[in-house]
Every structure is written in C-alpha cells, then in structure tokens.
Write a protein of this length. Structure first.
Ligand code: FAD
Length: 390
C-alpha cells in the first residue's frame, strides 16, 4: 500500500503532477490517493523527501465478477476512418453476446467522428460510447487510457476487445493495468462459455503451441485480436443507442504532443486488405522468380505475399510474410506458389475464400487445404497463366 508521510512531505506536489493516472490529489495541502491509483509506484521516484513509502504486503484484489456484463469493442480510427479490425471484432462480439444474452457496445474516441457511429452500429454495436474533442483527434496514450478506463470502471463490461495493431498493442496493456485485470495479447481465436468464461487462444512459445487462456478472477476479460482473423458482418438497417461521453483535458495529456504526421507511402504491400494474393515460397528457387509473381499479381490486381521460407532466403522483406508469425490474411483468392503448406503458414491463410496451390510435389501438404491443386513446375505454370490472362 502507498502511504504519504505528512511529517516528511514539503507539499511540493511533484507526485501529483507526475502521476499519469490522476491517482493522487491534494487534500488539505497534502497528497492523498484517489481511486485512480494503479499502484504503479512511479510517484516514489519523484519524491526528493522520501515522503512516499510502501507498507504491508501487496494484496491480491479479486473482482466481483457477477457485476460485470456486456461485450465491448474499443474502436480504432484514423481521421474518422474505422480500422477493419474493429468491424471484425464487432462481428465476433455479436457472436459472444448471443451466447451470453448480452449487448455489444463500441467505444470510439477522436474528433468529428459522427459518420463513424452508423458504421459501428451497422457492423454489430448495440450501443456506441463516443467521445468527440479536438484534443482527442489523434491517438495518444495518456488521454485515451484515461477516458476509456473511466468508462470501463463506470459501466463494468465483462469482455473488452481491441485490435492487435500498433495502437491496440500500446493501449490494451495500459488499460488492463489501469482497471487491474489481465490481458491476452495477439489472440487468433475467442469463445465464451454460457457462464461467461472467455477462452482466448493465441500462439505461444514462438508459435510452437496454441495456448488457450482464461481470466478466472478478474473482469473485464481483455484481449487483443490480430487483424484479418475474425469475420465482419454488415447488418443493414440496425439501430443503436449513442451515448456522448464528455472528456476533460488534463495537464498530463501534453506529455506527448503530435508535431507532424508522415503518412505511409501508397504502393506498399497491404496484404490484410488484399482481395487477391499471389504468394511465393522457397519453391520459387531464385529471387528473380518473384518478378513472375509480381506480374501475375498485377494482372489480377492483387498483392504479392510470401512464406517464411522465401523470407529466410532473403528474397523478399519480412513485411511480405504470411502465417503464424507473419500476417493473417483472408482474401477471396490465394495462390500459393512453391509453398509446402507447413502448419505455421496455413495459420495465416487457411481462411481465404478460394485457394489455388501450385507445387511440383503431388504429396505437398498444401494440397490438403487447397480448393484447386496444380501439380507441376511453377516456372512453367506461372508464365502459362500470365500469357493466358494478359
Ligand atoms: P519449403 O517447406 O522448403 O517448401 C518448398 C515447396 O516448394 C516444396 O513443397 C516443394 O515441393 C515446392 N517446390 C520446389 N520447387 C518447386 C518448383 N520448381 N515448382 C513447384 N513447386 C516447387 N512459415 C510461414 O510461412 N509463415 C510463418 O508465419 C511461419 N511462422 C513460423 C513460426 C515458428 C515458430 C516456426 C517454427 C516456423 C514458422 N514458419 C512459418 C516456418 C514453416 O514451418 C515452414 O518452414 C515454412 O513455411 C516453409 O516455407 P516454404 O513452404 O516456402 O518452403
């Protein structure tokens, strides 16, 4: 437990300003803890007088889990455009809510977001908590954590889902710590039991095993989920409730300021959104053969991906990798060229709508997952395909 020694405290209030969570306030000239204290103990380092000490043993706090209900999705947006993973999570949230006979809520924070609300409702939100303010226009950890954790503490959702994107990976652990619960990061599967236990499946030990994790004693149950793993669904004509949430600015919000934004150059591989992917493996035999795949992908208006085999050979950069430790994709058409079909590769592409595999080995495991198998040498088959399609 954190204790302030008033006999030593000089009232400088360094600790109040240092706390990122508004966990300390001034009462009668001395600092006292608020219910926002996360117990992170960071304030101790800011006190030059040794007036902040830890006493007693750390106690394990359990939550009253029956008082939590509802499935929440923390929406991710940039300039008001909602990230696909949010829509995918809403699809999964609807499924979980059905089992639990509860409701789905989305939380969206930013500025000038009103167009986004309909999209969230259309994709499965029964309720949208929206916080619109100029200082929230761009993602910054401190204000986003504060606004969302206040909402979680107030409304007590049973499950909170975020995308395993760069924003989600920054936000989720801080939220979990702030509301004192666990987090399963980078999930590839989610199921819920009728009594509310969320089974969170994720690759563990470098992808060598799939672990299913539960959070038995704390709520909410929090997970981040990889983009492309879940399926989104549009439910036209849906109606939902909109709850406006007022967010107040705090001095700590400006610890990080956004000075300039550099947008990703167009033309870079965006495999997660691609409708058609032509993917190459070690069976391409040489880096120059990737130009055949580029040509085929261009004709089909698709993107080029790769197996780890091709990346290990140094033929294409890591950003092309599809699979358990690469990207998860769900295109309408996936063409696997010279890829054996190792389980780690399948984990990233097996949910594609239609899979064509080209391999010279008729017993290659990829053929068990493929909808269409072409047995033969890619150096013959791909030029033939190109000439017929162009
Ligand atoms: P290979 O297994 O060498 O297969 C090459 C295939 O090409 C063979 O089937 C062969 O018959 C065929 N071939 C050869 N020449 C020709 C030709 N001329 N014409 C037609 N066919 C030809 N892998 C991933 O892809 N993604 C991941 O995210 C990933 N994560 C991993 C995580 C862990 C923890 C581990 C242990 C492994 C991971 N792997 C991953 C590696 C995975 O196990 C395989 O080693 C890898 O997918 C093999 O790549 P490949 O199929 O290109 O190569």
């Amino acid at each position: 437990m954190i204790v302030f020694k008033t006999e030593k405290c000089k009232g400088c209030m360094q600790c109040v300003n240092a706390c990122l969570f508004e966990g300390i306030k001034v009462d009668n000239r001395f600092p006292v803890l608020t219910d926002r204290c996360t117990g992170c103990e960071a304030c101790i380092n800011f006190c030059d007088e040794d007036a902040i000490v830890i006493t007693g043993e750390k106690t394990k706090r359990k939550h009253d889990i029956d008082s939590y209900s509802g499935i929440w999705v923390i929406a991710e947006q940039r300039d008001g455009n909602i990230h696909n993973v949010t829509l995918e999570l809403l699809g999964k949230a609807q499924e979980l809510a059905k089992t639990r006979k509860s409701e789905v809520s989305a939380v969206i924070i930013g500025n000038e977001l009103n167009g986004a609300v309909d999209k969230l409702i259309e994709h499965g939100a029964d309720r949208v908590y929206i916080s619109n303010a100029p200082f929230l226009a761009h993602y910054r950890t401190t204000p986003y954590v504060r606004v969302i954790s206040d909402l979680i503490k107030k409304h007590k959702p049973e499950v909170v889902l975020l995308g395993a994107t760069s924003i989600g990976r920054d936000l989720a652990p801080r939220l979990a710590s702030n509301v004192r619960t666990g987090l399963t990061a980078d999930c590839t599967g989610l199921k819920i039991s009728s009594d509310g236990r969320l089974f969170q499946t994720k690759p563990a030990f470098g992808g060598n095993i799939m672990a299913t994790i539960v959070t038995p004693e704390h709520r909410p149950q929090m997970s981040t989920v990889r983009p492309g793993v879940m399926r989104s669904a549009i439910l036209a004509g849906r109606r939902g409730e909109v709850v406006n949430v007022e967010a107040k600015r705090h001095t700590t919000d400006d610890f990080v300021r956004i000075i300039h934004t550099i947008r990703k150059k167009k033309g870079k591989v965006d495999l997660e959104k691609a409708k058609i992917i032509v993917s190459g493996g070690r069976g391409l035999e040489a880096p120059s053969n990737f130009s055949m795949l580029n040509e085929l992908a261009n004709i089909l208006s698709g993107e080029v991906g790769a197996s780890r085999g091709a990346i290990e050979e140094g033929w294409v950069p890591e950003s092309y990798q599809i699979g358990q430790t690469g990207k998860t994709v769900r295109p309408k058409l996936y063409i696997a060229c010279g890829i054996s079909g190792a389980i780690q590769h399948l984990a990233g592409m097996e949910n594609s709508d239609f899979i064509i595999a080209i391999n010279k080995d008729p017993n290659a495991p990829i053929f068990k997952t493929a909808d269409l198998a072409l047995v033969g040498d890619i150096k013959r088959i791909i030029p033939e395909l190109i000439s017929r399609l162009s």
